[in-house]
Design a protein around this ligand. Structure first.
Ligand code: NAD
Length: 482
């Protein structure tokens, strides 16, 4: 693709990056702009043979890449960071077109990718030193696994894809990365931008659907899959990976609970609660998906959130006024619409709809709050992944902890209270990989991120996440032989 910020990208040619080359295909995937529902670009769909070429290229390139020392790997990752920064506007523009979010949020996404890259490559990769039962030293040495397969969802194409590249490269692995078939534009363009900066085969980026993801998961020459996406697909990846026992990091869905105690000011916390639930139109794995509010401040919190929902501007992400974009695809739009219908039918009190709501285009849905629902309804029990938030009432702390934990997921959770001792005590009892106090959302690549229960396997980020792309080798000190 040429360097352009035109809203029409259909005249550009997107390519897969395989072995340092721009590779076309006979088959194309239509990419839909969710703000209009119309095709905005076509990308070449990698064939199974092209996947094999990408894996073979990554395998060939890996030993020489691993032989580069850490400062050299950091230097090249720094070049990738510079490419992201230098092309921030263009990449953000592609994210707006393919994903739908407002331009400022897409710019944030590129910036955030660079921040995470910098945090990750600042982590000290070192051996560990233990002592065995004979008081002799044992050195734990870490080696790269080889070739990593990265599979990415459609809600945050770059901020979820770039860290997969960094985990792999910084630890001496090479990678084949597959963005979602719904949002391949920014990732394919990134492949083109970084090709001149890195040795051929070290980063391969290919467009493809679920079948290519499955072939990656089964592939005998891929050593690990780093997967972010739905529970359904995560389970499929685990099944496909069983034959080769390849290593897995699975970052899956969530049904995060936020618990709001009665010592907070509803008006003051409402903007943070709203952001925690509705950022990216609710399409964030670790967004607030169930809001539990103490009965004493239940109605004021509902009304404060509804007031923000009412004045939120929803629409095409290319418009400067837009605060929330559309749902990313028709399937998600239909799924969220069905959950809203179900919530209404179950007696939910819908708040936040403007009196004279304008008709929205594409896959847009206005943010709404649903009060007076209980567990046992789809909106409370399932992951809605969209701009609709159930607000549930509680009176008793033990009861709300039990209800917050009564889900198959365990990605994130939050506690909101001025009593920080209480908040800490409750946080310790919430069964989730991350718990925030007095805010919700946000991850930092210096801190491990992963889910409990069905929200995932393993963690990304931090030394622990980096080591998940490495094999530990225990080297015992020599025993005396004479
Ligand atoms: P999805 O699971 O449908 O697709 C994600 C990726 O997996 C895509 O690239 C897709 O092509 C691939 N895929 C699908 N089926 C596959 C299979 N059988 N084998 C291998 N690959 C396959 O998910 P989505 O709809 O794109 O994303 C939404 C989901 O992702 C939500 O559940 C959300 O919570 C989750 N998510 C989790 C995190 C996290 O860090 N935990 C972050 C973002 C999104």
């Amino acid at each position: 693709m040429t360097n352009s910020t035109s809203s029409d990208v259909s005249k550009y040619r997107f390519v897969n990056t395989i072995d340092g080359r721009a590779v076309d295909s006979d088959h194309y995937i239509d990419v839909i702009n969710p703000a209009t529902g119309l095709v905005c670009a076509k990308v070449p769909e990698a064939t199974p043979d092209q996947l094999n070429e990408a894996v073979a290229a990554a395998r060939r390139a890996q030993p020489a890449w691993a032989a580069r020392d850490i400062p050299e790997r950091r230097r090249i990752l720094g070049l990738i960071a510079k490419a992201l920064i230098d092309n921030r506007d263009e990449l953000a523009h592609l994210i707006v077109l393919e994903q739908g979010k407002p331009m400022v949020r897409a710019l944030d996404e590129v910036t955030r990718s660079v921040e995470q890259l910098n945090f990750l490559m600042a982590i000290d990769l070192h051996d560990d030193h233990l002592v065995d039962s004979n008081d002799r030293p044992v050195r734990i040495h870490y080696e790269p696994l080889g070739v990593i397969g990265g599979i990415v969802p459609w809600n945050m194409p770059l901020v979820l894809g770039v860290p997969k590249i960094v985990h792999a490269l910084y630890t001496g692995n090479t990678i084949v990365l597959k963005p979602s078939q719904y949002t391949p534009l920014s990732s394919l363009r990134l492949g083109e931008l970084i090709t001149p900066l890195i040795p051929a085969g070290v980063v391969n980026i290919i467009a493809g659907g679920n079948e290519i993801g499955q072939l990656m998961s089964e592939h005998p020459d891929i050593d690990k899959i780093s997967f972010t996406g739905s529970l359904r697909a995560g389970r499929a990846v685990m099944r496909s990976a069983a034959g080769t026992l390849k290593r897995l990091t699975l970052e899956l869905g969530g049904n995060d609970a936020a618990i709001v105690f009665d010592d907070v000011d509803p008006e003051k916390i409402a903007p943070s609660l709203f952001r925690g639930a509705f950022a990216n139109s609710g399409q964030i794995c670790m967004a607030i998906k169930r809001l539990y509010v103490h009965e004493r401040i239940y109605e004021p919190v509902c009304q404060a959130l509804a007031a923000i929902a009412k004045r939120t501007v929803v629409g095409d992400g290319t418009s400067k006024e837009t605060q929330l974009g559309p749902l990313q695809n028709k399937t998600q739009f239909d799924m969220v619409s069905g959950i809203i219908d179900d919530a209404r039918a179950a007696g939910g009190r819908v708040l936040g709809e403007p009196d004279n709501a304008e008709k929205l285009g594409g896959y847009c849905i206005r943010p709404i709050i649903v009060a007076d629902l209980k567990e046992g309804t789809r909106l409370v029990d399932e992951e809605q992944f969209g701009p609709v938030l159930p607000v549930l009432k509680f009176t008793d702390t033990e009861d709300v902890i039990r209800r917050a934990n009564a889900t198959e997921y365990g990605l994130g959770a939050s506690v909101w209270s001025k009593d920080l001792d209480r908040a800490e005590r409750v946080a310790e009892r919430l069964d989730a990989g991350t718990v925030w106090i007095n805010y919700h959302l946000g991850s930092d690549a210096r801190v491990p991120f992963g889910g409990s229960k069905l929200s995932g396997v393993g963690v990304q980020y931090s030394l622990e996440g980096l080591r998940a792309s490495m094999q530990a080798r225990a080297i015992y000190s020599p025993a005396p032989i004479d």
